[in-house]
Design a protein around this ligand. Sequence first.
Ligand code: SF4
Length: 63
Amino acid sequence: MRVCVDYDKCTGLGLCESIAPEFFEVQDDGSLELLQSDAAEAQRAELLEAARACPTEAIRIED
Ligand code: SF4
């Protein structure tokens, strides 16, 4: 499973980081850093929650 972020949509609000901080980290300049793009099946629920919480629908989870 892979995590993808559309950086053109991301506004750096950081809701994803509050839900899944091992994947998402907002930098001091407001940009988002994806800390890892490969995810285990056990992390699916957490990532789906982060994707749902993103106000700009910038996060995509791919199998
Ligand atoms: S929640 Fe969405 S818009 Fe906010 S930092 Fe994460 S990916 Fe970007």
